[in-house]
Design a protein around this ligand. Structure first.
Ligand code: FAD
Length: 309
């Protein structure tokens, strides 16, 4: 692979790049190549570079909802950098963000400008692009409520799309493989700075009381089934504290998995499978993974869990 990396692209393309440090759970192997892109043009060039070689592409945002396979990735991983991590306040209560910008930083920037509407994202440690793709949300808010438009890049070029084009639903969007959310603009409202700050304090305080702190996790493992809580179902099935290898279900919240040193992606997957099996055996629904998996050959997929009837 390194021999093929010399072919010209405006993007910075690095061979044999470790991916575990780019994720919050910090497991998994290296990608054959990693493109670090600081402009729309670089994103499009990197995607075209991969398309010409028939390589799968996987965008890695802030890696806060991603398990990388222990075998790594036989394709091109892509990250956003430079200007595509920037945040700026625009007229009309708008906030422009590069797709690689930190969502919590965007929340702080909005609050500093006296703009409300994005507070729900204060403790969602993803990128703005990842938050659009996942339609991330909390405290009855989600990206679909504030997104004005996003810039999507693919191997052919870029286009601006509105929320209706993205089919945003609970932890779902139509953004597909080979597409990169390179920027997004939020439509916010002027608000009372004291009230905005009070909401931020309330949401952060709630997190500290209900979720594991200071440990390697990737947020919610499973989505909540309609009218139910995945955490409650897993807790009732006795999953709190259950461990496989270096992965353990959090004793604080059963829908979180914590990784100890030496943890492997395979440990995390096996623990997910056990939780899902137990909930189903107890008469509950088949839980659906919220976390995404980077498969060595296929790119981003759902985690490889056994079929359950
Ligand atoms: C402690 C903790 C708490 C969390 N709390 C919440 C919560 O309350 N609500 C919630 O919704 N989530 C929560 N999460 C999960 C996670 O933060 C969100 O899903 C977030 O939106 C993921 O963004 P990311 O940049 O980290 O994406 P990644 O994990 O890097 O990737 C996730 C998916 O998005 C794709 N992707 C990422 N960036 C782009 C892009 N620019 N263009 C195209 N595709 C892209 C990836 O390919 C992958 O399919 C939490 C996670 C942690 C660790």
């Amino acid at each position: 692979m390194p021999g093929t990396l010399t072919v010209a692209s405006t993007a910075d393309i690095r061979p044999d790049a470790p991916l575990a440090p780019l994720t919050t759970i910090r497991v998994g192997g290296p990608a054959d190549a990693l493109a670090v892109c600081a402009s729309f043009r670089q994103v499009t060039d990197a995607l075209a570079w991969a398309a010409r070689r028939g390589l799968p592409v996987a965008v890695v945002g802030r890696g806060s909802n991603l398990i990388v396979s222990d075998e790594g990735f036989r394709g091109l991983a892509l990250r956003l950098a430079g200007r595509l991590q920037a945040i700026s306040v625009r007229s009309g209560a708008r906030l422009w963000c590069g797709g690689g910008a930190s969502l919590p930083r965007a929340v702080l920037r909005a609050a500093a400008a006296g703009l409300e509407g994005l507070e729900f994202g204060a403790s969602i440690p993803g990128s703005v692009g990842g938050a659009v793709v996942m339609n991330a949300g909390a405290y009855r808010g989600d990206l679909s409520q504030v997104l004005a438009w996003a810039v999507i890049c693919d191997a052919e070029g870029r286009r601006r799309v509105g929320p209706a084009d993205l089919d945003l639903a609970y932890r779902h969007s139509s953004v597909g493989p080979g597409q990169v959310v390179a920027a997004a603009e939020f439509r916010l409202r002027p608000g009372d700075p004291g009230a905005i700050q009070a909401r931020l304090d309330e949401y952060r305080g709630h997190r500290r009381g209900t979720q594991p702190q200071g440990v390697r996790t990737f947020g919610s493992v499973f989505t909540n089934p309609p009218g139910e809580s995945a955490g409650r179902l897993l807790e009732a099935a006795g999953m709190k504290g259950v461990a496989v290898g270096g992965a353990r279900v959090s004793p604080v919240h059963a829908n979180f998995i914590e990784a100890a040193p030496g943890c492997r992606a395979a440990d995390v997957i096996a623990l997910m499978a056990e939780g899902r099996r137990r909930v189903r055996a107890a008469g509950g629904p088949v839980l659906r993974a919220e976390v995404r998996y980077l498969d060595p050959e296929r790119g981003i997929t759902a985690p490889p869990l056994p079929e359950i009837a």
